[in-house]
Design a protein around this ligand. Structure first.
Ligand code: FES
Ligand SMILES: [Fe+2]
Length: 368
């Protein structure tokens, strides 16, 4: 990352915070520049909590889940004592990836030359290693990663920083009661590769302004006039009552809560259903979005076909969002766009996100 170049792209004059009625959206180059992408990976994604998976996905001893956080491979697994463990998924020999060794419950084995590690990360087995001088296995243990659980969801943080997970997400369980995240069981996961900057996808999630145009079918379900956005320190909430009438979500008379947790996690909560979206940056103009589905009473809902209906419906909305986000990425990269303005009524969530981002950029640039 060329620091001087980054400072040119993210100039102090663009980092001021104006009231929404006067504010501009962030400049297009922040969505297209590889230097900005690099800065975000190095600083922003390492110091903020990142969602990895649900404890249900590694419920049996010896089951594991692999992901990449800020370009770092990560593995979480359940050890033989029922404890969750989390390490950089990087072997200390030549950087290979690890997996639980076949026939064992918690020995990790490198998938390259077979070094093995115990579940505390210590190096145990090193095949064909005699004649190697001045080698102490103690110097070659795996690097652990701090993690926390919140209602079964596992989050990691690569660098120490505030706030705690409870400070970050405080208020959400109370706001959604009587719905409870702890009652939801993991059902399935779907991954989407999208050709847009991660912030394009986040911006798009953060407003209902596009619903009438991009999602005409969803517009029929939601009461768009009553759609509201609230903001907390590190997250925002969009919620909307369902229109009266029979549809798969309104039959319980519920609400839709769409939480966005800075910088890249979404919790979409409907009666009896939680969908977590995690937006993983891949490059300046590419991201990966993981949808994880959780349900209350999964067995009875599966029988009645409600789960498939829910997943198919979300998939359809997602295809519509992907199409518009990819088109927007081209628009942002074009010669015809620099920055825009906000709808005071409909784009409070985008404004809130972009202000948090500016604050973090400002902190990072001061450190460089
Ligand atoms: S890279 Fe892991 S054993 Fe060689
Ligand atoms: Fe959308």
């Amino acid at each position: 990352m060329d620091k001087n170049q980054v400072k040119k792209i993210i100039s102090p004059s663009e980092l001021g915070i104006d009231p929404i009625a006067k504010a501009h959206t962030i400049p297009s180059q922040w969505y297209t520049s590889p230097q900005v992408f690099e800065l975000e990976q190095q600083y922003l994604f390492k110091k903020n909590w990142q969602y990895v998976c649900h404890a249900d996905q590694i419920s049996a001893a010896g089951s594991s889940y692999c992901s990449r956080i800020a370009q770092n491979p990560v593995i979480v697994f359940k050890d033989s004592e029922d404890q969750i463990r989390c390490f950089y998924n990087v072997c200390k020999h030549r950087g290979g990836p690890l997996a639980i060794k076949k026939g064992t419950k918690t020995v990790l084995q490198c998938q390259y030359h077979g070094w093995t590690y115990l579940d505390d990360g210590s190096l145990r087995g090193v095949p064909d290693w005699n004649k190697v001088d001045l080698f102490d296995t103690k110097d070659f243990g795996l690097d652990p990663i701090p993690f926390e659980l919140w209602h079964g969801l596992i989050f990691v943080k690569l660098n120490e920083a505030s706030p705690s997970l409870n400070q970050l997400l405080g208020g959400i369980p109370e706001a959604i009661a009587p719905l409870s995240l702890s009652n939801m069981e993991f059902h399935s996961e779907q991954v989407y590769d999208i050709h847009c900057n991660w912030k394009v996808y986040v911006d798009n999630f953060l407003e209902g302004y596009h619903i009438p145009i991009v999602h005409p079918e969803l517009a029929k379900l939601l009461d768009y006039r009553a759609y509201t956005t609230e903001t907390a320190e590190w997250y925002s909430l969009q919620h909307s009552p369902f229109k009266k009438g029979e549809n798969m979500y309104s039959s319980k008379g519920g609400q839709a809560f769409y939480y966005f947790v800075y910088p890249n996690i979404m919790l979409n909560i409907l009666p009896g259903r939680l969908q977590v979206n995690s937006v993983i940056p891949v490059s300046a103009d590419q991201c990966k979005v993981v949808f994880s589905y959780f349900y209350e009473d999964a067995a009875s809902r599966t029988k009645s076909g409600l789960i498939q209906e829910d997943i198919d419906y979300s998939h359809q909305i997602q295809l519509e969002d992907i199409e518009i986000c990819e088109a927007v990425q081209h628009g942002l990269a074009s010669d015809a766009y620099h920055k825009g303005r906000f709808s005071v009524k409909r784009e409070v969530g985008v404004y809130h996100f972009q202000n948090l981002l500016k604050k973090e950029y400002r902190d990072v640039l001061n450190q460089l």
